[in-house]
Design a protein around this ligand. Structure first.
Ligand code: 6PG
Length: 480
C-alpha cells in the first residue's frame, strides 16, 4: 500500500543527536518522519517517546521519503564525511525537484559547498546546518545555523525557529547565508569554544598554583564569576566539574582525569581556514595546539625530567587582588578570542560572498549553544552600532572592559611566566592586543631581511612604490 505523505520533516540517523532533534520537532507539534539504517533504533525511539508527538516510522529509506510532504525536508544526522556522502547518494534518486536535504552534523564547510553544488545540479537544495548545544540542546532547544538557499529557508525557517532556544522572545536560529555559510559559522563557533575552554582551564590552573587552592575552592570562585560579566554556560559547568568528587577514590574528579585533551577536529579546521584567509586567530590556534601538546605524553615526560625545577616558587600575597586579576585577564583574553572569531567570520563571508550578518550571528549564540554567554548581547550591539567595526576590541563596551583589565592581564601573565605556569592562550591574547595597538612593529625588520636574502622588496613609510636595496653591491636603493 502506498505511504501517505503526512510528515512535515524527516530525520534519518537516530543516534543520540538525531533522536533528540526528532523528539524536539515532535514535541513542538511537527509530524516527524523517522528512519535509521538499523531499524531497532527507530523502533526504540517510537516505543520510548512515541507519546511526545507524531512520529511516522519507516524501515526503508524509500518508505521514509514517501511519508514526507512536498517539498520534502530531510535532516541527515549521521557521522561527518563518508557516512554523510553515502546517505546523500542513497537519498538523491528518491527525491524530486525542490526537495531539501539538511545536514545537521559538524561537516567541513568545503564539503558542504561541494554537496550543495552537486545537489543543485539535481534541482535539490542542500542545507548545511550548524547545530550547537549537545544532546540536551538538541532536545530542549539548540542554537541553529542554517546555510543554503533563501528558498529552502522559507520552508525550514519556521520549523527551526520554533525548535531552537529562545532568548527574550528571539529564536536562536537565523539564515546565515548561502551554501556552506552555516557550517562555516558553526566551525568558528567551535573554534571560539576551544579558546573559551582553554582560557577557563588556564584561569583554573593559575588559581590552583597561585593560591594553592583545592578544586572545590576554585569551583566557588567560578560560581561567583558566573554572577557577573563572565556569566556563561562554560563558566557554570566549570564550577560543576571542579566541585565534583570521584566516587571511586574520594579525590577531586579533575585530579583523576588524564590530562590529555582530545578533539574531533573542528578547532583544527578553524585554524586551517584562518591561515588560508589570513586572519590571526591566535587564541583559537593556541587553544588547539594546547590540546595537541597535552597529548604528547612522551615529550612531556622527557621535558619534565630534564627541567623539573625551571619555575620560581609562587606565593600570591593578596588573595582577593589575585583572584580579581585572573578574572579580568580571563575577560580580556576572552574578548580577544571573540574579536578574532568574528574577524574570521567576516573574512569568510567576504571570500565566499555570503553576506553574513555579524550582529545577527551573535544574537543566535545567546542561547542553546555551548558558548552562550551574557556578553553576546554586547557583540550584537557593537555590530548594530557600527557594522564596519574594524575590530570588536574597539567597540565601547569591549574597549572599556579590556582597557580596565590591562594591568591585571600583564601581572597575571608575568607572574605565570616567572612561576613556570603555562598560559598559552592568556599570553598570546595579550601579545595580540599589544601588537594591534603598537605604534611600530618589527615587521619592518622582517621586510628588510626578506629583501636582503631574497630581493623580495619593501615599501617605505615616506614614498609610494616598492623598493630594493642592492645589499651585495653598492647598497643603493632601486625601484623594486
Ligand atoms: C556544540 C559542540 C559540539 C562538539 C563538541 C566536541 O556546539 O554542541 O561544539 O558540536 O562536537 O563540543 O568537540 P571536540 O571533540 O572537538 O572538543
Amino acid at each position: 500500500m502506498a505511504q501517505q505523505a503526512t510528515a512535515q520533516i524527516g530525520v534519518t540517523g537516530l543516534a543520540v543527536m538525531g533522536r533528540n532533534l526528532a523528539r524536539n520537532l515532535a514535541r513542538n507539534g511537527f509530524t516527524v518522519a523517522v528512519h535509521n539504517r538499523s531499524p531497532e533504533r527507530t523502533r526504540s525511539l517510537v516505543a520510548e517517546h512515541g507519546g511526545e508527538g507524531t512520529f511516522v516510522a519507516s524501515e526503508s529509506l524509500a518508505d521514509f521519503v514517501a511519508t514526507l510532504e512536498r517539498p520534502r525536508a530531510v535532516i541527515v544526522m549521521v557521522k561527518a564525511g563518508g557516512p554523510t556522502d553515502a546517505v546523500i547518494d542513497e537519498l538523491v534518486p528518491l527525491l524530486e525537484e525542490g526537495d531539501i536535504v539538511v545536514d545537521c552534523g559538524n561537516a567541513h564547510f568545503a564539503d558542504t559547498r561541494r554537496r550543495e553544488e552537486a545537489l543543485r545540479g539535481h534541482g535539490l537544495h542542500f542545507v548545511g546546518t550548524g547545530v550547537s548545544g549537545g544532546e540536551e540542546g538538541a532536545l530542549r532547544g539548540p542554537s541553529i545555523m542554517p546555510g543554503g538557499s533563501a528558498e529552502s529557508y522559507a520552508k525550514l525557517g519556521p520549523i527551526f525557529e520554533k525548535i531552537a532556544a529562545q532568548v527574550d522572545g528571539t529564536p536562536c536560529c537565523r539564515h546565515i547565508g548561502p551554501d556552506g555559510a552555516g557550517h562555516f559559522v558553526k566551525m568558528v563557533h567551535n573554534g571560539i569554544e576551544y579558546a573559551d575552554m582553554q582560557l577557563i582551564a588556564e584561569a583554573y590552573d593559575l588559581l590552583r598554583a597561585g593560591l594553592s587552592a583545592s578544586p572545590a575552592e576554585i569551583a566557588d570562585i567560578f560560581r561567583e564569576w558566573n554572577t557577573g560579566e563572565l556569566e556563561s554556560f562554560l563558566i557554570e559547568i566549570t564550577a560543576d566539574v571542579l566541585a565534583h568528587t570521584d566516587a571511586a577514590t574520594g579525590r577531586a574528579f579533575v585530579d583523576v582525569v588524564l590530562d590529555q585533551a582530545e578533539q574531533k577536529g573542528t578547532g583544527r579546521w578553524t585554524v586551517q581556514s584562518a591561515l588560508d584567509l589570513g586572519i590571526p586567530i591566535t587564541g583559537i590556534a593556541e587553544a588547539t595546539f594546547a590540546r595537541v601538546l597535552s597529548g604528547h605524553a612522551d615529550q612531556r615526560a622527557a621535558a619534565r625530567r630534564a627541567f623539573a625545577d625551571a619555575g620560581e616558587k609562587w606565593q600570591v600575597e593578596e588573595r582577593e587582588t589575585f583572584i580579581e586579576d585572573v578574572r579580568r585577564a580571563l575577560l580580556a583574553s576572552k574578548i580577544v578570542a571573540y574579536a578574532q572569531g568574528f574577524d574570521h567570520i567576516r573574512a569568510g563571508s567576504r571570500e565566499y560572498d555570503w553576506d553574513i550578518d555579524l550582529g545577527g550571528t551573535a544574537t543566535i549564540w545567546r542561547g542553546g549553544c555551548i558558548i552562550r554567554a551574557r556578553f553576546l548581547d554586547r557583540i550584537r550591539e557593537a555590530y548594530d552600532a557600527q557594522p564596519d567595526l574594524p575590530t570588536l576590541l574597539v567597540a565601547p563596551y569591549f574597549a572599556e572592559a579590556v582597557g580596565a583589565g590591562v594591568p591585571s592581564w600583564r601581572r597575571v601573565v608575568a607572574d605565570a611566566a616567572r612561576a613556570g605556569v603555562p598560559t598559552p592562550a592568556f599570553s598570546s591574547s595579550l601579545a595580540y592586543f599589544d601588537a594591534l595597538r603598537a605604534e611600530r612593529l618589527p615587521a619592518a625588520l622582517i621586510q628588510g631581511l626578506r629583501d636582503n636574502f631574497g630581493a623580495h622588496t619593501y615599501h617605505r613609510v615616506d614614498r609610494d612604490g616598492s623598493f630594493h636595496t642592492r645589499w651585495a653591491g653598492d647598497r643603493s636603493e632601486v625601484a623594486g
